[in-house]
Write a new protein. Structure first.
Length: 133
């Protein structure tokens, strides 16, 4: 299927917690022309599995007109080793991939190969600046 979401995983510094982390940045492929949106995402980290469930979009703030893609950042702390990652979008459609993380730096071990692929994943090695607050 067409790519609907981009997920960038990389090392980051969480200023609130004053702690290094691994940041998962979800972005819609679609650009929105009236308001800025967030993607509502539930997530759970179990032993060697990380699961993200995308619930849908919500406007960011009440009166924030703006153009662009919906972006949501999720910072996870103390990750290390290999993880099977599942991302579910509305309609219970899932994509899976695996990553290895060392010193907050991710390496893509297995990319999305699902037949109904809606997610494109990229791993970054450089600490990113916080794009959203």
């Amino acid at each position: 299927g067409p790519i609907e979401y981009y997920l960038t995983i990389g090392p980051a510094y969480n200023t609130e917690m004053k702690q290094e982390c691994t940041r998962f940045t979800f972005e819609t492929n679609e650009e929105f022309h009236h308001f800025q949106y967030l993607i509502t995402i539930d997530y759970e980290v179990r032993h060697r599995e990380i699961e993200f469930v995308m619930k849908g979009l919500k406007p960011r703030g009440m009166t924030m007109p703006g153009v662009g893609r919906a972006i949501t950042e999720i910072d996870l702390f103390d990750l290390g080793g290999k993880y099977a990652v599942t991302v579910e979008k509305p309609g219970q459609i899932r994509n899976s991939f695996s990553i290895g993380i060392r010193n907050h730096i991710p390496k893509l071990l297995k990319t999305v190969t699902d037949e109904d692929a809606f997610l494109e994943v990229a791993a970054e090695t450089v600490v990113g600046e916080t794009r959203t607050s």
